[in-house]
Design a protein around this ligand. Structure first.
Ligand code: 13P
Length: 254
């Protein structure tokens, strides 16, 4: 699969952090630090309330803006929800779907992830679909079973054409916000397994083309080892993406 050149992506998931003023300060510091980066996609995912500020400041730059969630319906009496069409209208290019925090705290299911992913694609957004096992899954030797189940029920239910327009993020839940990054070898093995799932469900071409990001305690100090793994196409960064300098250091790691 090494003959296929996949463009890397470094995406920052801000979760429920940063006011509009903090978003502005971040972009003012971050954009000059990464202005000369052309060899990968850079994405920032602020909370809904800061999307407008982020879209304005990122306009015409090499940084794309992502939302962190969406409702799969177009519009309607669904208090508190935001649709894919609305995110597109607000200037987003990407949306994170099925993050483990949404699965854990908001009851998201694999079929909900599939619905949201289709809605995002229909609206012209690029979905970044998250999968990942719990610590107990790994300890019980169930990592591949869980990844396979999340894959089949979620992104694996798309058509082949739809599937070619998404990214996958492998985020082992035990590594998220814990400071306990997966070793490059553990991450690479999971990425290889996911590619195998893609090959079985779609084709070898799809498996070679799909971009798979790693997420979970990625920091400037550990990005180098992860970057060296050919099955990893970049990172989905939480905590370290909140600081302009540390996120830029991750983006610029060679
Ligand atoms: P941390 O980088 O803070 O562990 O978060 C990872 C994550 O959940 C990104 O979506």
């Amino acid at each position: 699969m090494s003959e296929c050149k996949r463009r890397r992506m470094i995406a920052g998931n801000w979760k429920m952090y940063k006011s509009q003023a903090e978003t502005r300060a971040f972009f003012e510091a971050f954009l000059p630090l990464v202005a000369d980066v052309t060899d990968l996609d850079i994405v920032v995912a602020p909370p809904y309330t800061s999307l407008g500020v982020a879209v304005d400041l990122a306009d015409g730059t090499n940084v794309g803006v992502s939302a962190q969630n969406l409702d799969w319906r177009k519009e309607g009496a669904f208090t508190g929800e935001v649709s894919a069409v609305m995110l597109k209208d607000a200037g987003c290019q990407y949306v994170i779907i099925g993050h483990s925090e949404r699965r854990q705290y908001f009851g998201e299911t694999d079929s909900g992830v599939a619905q949201k992913t289709k809605a995002a694609l229909d609206a012209g957004l690029t979905p970044i679909v998250c999968v990942g096992e719990l610590l107990q899954d790994r300890e019980q030797g169930r990592t591949e079973a869980v990844l396979s189940q999340q894959f089949i029920g979620g992104p694996g239910s798309l058509t082949a054409d739809e599937f070619s327009r998404i990214l996958i993020a492998y985020e082992p839940v035990w590594a998220i916000g814990t400071g306990k990054v997966a070793t490059p070898e553990i991450a690479a093995a999971a990425h290889r397994f996911l590619r195998q799932c893609v090959a079985e469900q779609y084709s070898a071409e799809h498996a070679a083309a799909v971009r798979i990001l790693y997420g979970g305690s990625v920091k400037p100090e550990n990005i180098q080892g992860l970057r060296a793994q050919e099955d990893l196409d970049g990172a989905l960064v939480g905590g370290a993406s909140l600081d302009a300098k540390s996120f830029a250091d991750i983006v610029k790691c060679k």
